[in-house]
Design a protein around this ligand. Structure first.
Ligand SMILES: CC(C)(COP(=O)(O)OP(=O)(O)OC[C@H]1O[C@@H](n2cnc3c(N)ncnc32)[C@H](O)[C@@H]1OP(=O)(O)O)[C@@H](O)C(=O)NCCC(=O)NCCS
Length: 119
């Protein structure tokens, strides 16, 4: 299930975010997590089963548009449909008010999830 990020999740969230291709070094990782902690329009979620095994970050652009900026799954849990389940859970969570769109970095996977929904 998706849970909202809290400060005590910092280490696990940073570990998962570090797999993002646009997070290049520790400084950028720290700036990214700080942005999620300090900016109300940046919302970070964790996917929790027994452990926390995924992270997803959203930026609310305006009253109708939200962008999936970050998405990462623990390497030991990939290729089992979890990334897709996280995207679906976010779309459901935001669908009342927002159109969820991908960023440059999440676009290819986001589109793959949407193609599979149509099959
Ligand atoms: C991208 C990511 C979240 C997918 O998580 P996952 O739990 O393995 O995803 P799923 O099991 O739901 O889907 C796996 C499918 O997505 C494909 N896929 C993985 N990364 C992809 C990407 N960046 N673009 C397009 N397709 C991708 C896999 O090849 C696989 O395809 P298949 O089913 O045809 O074999 C995971 O690979 C990850 O954390 N990557 C590192 C972070 C990253 O690169 N994030 C940016 C992209 S969102």
């Amino acid at each position: 299930m998706l849970i909202r990020y809290k400060k005590n999740h910092e280490k696990i969230a940073m570990g998962l975010l570090s797999f993002m291709p646009n997070v290049k070094d520790l400084k950028q990782l720290q700036e990214t997590i700080k942005a999620y902690e300090q900016n109300n329009d940046w919302q970070l979620f964790l996917w929790k089963e027994e452990d926390i095994i995924g992270v997803a970050g959203i930026e609310l652009i305006n009253d109708h548009k939200a962008v999936l900026k970050h998405l990462s799954v623990n390497p030991s849990h990939r290729q089992q449909g979890l990334g897709k389940r996280i995207v679906e859970a976010l779309e459901e969570m935001f669908s009342d008010q927002y159109d969820l769109e991908p960023s440059k970095y999440t676009k290819a996977f986001f589109q793959k999830c949407q193609q599979e929904e149509c099959e």
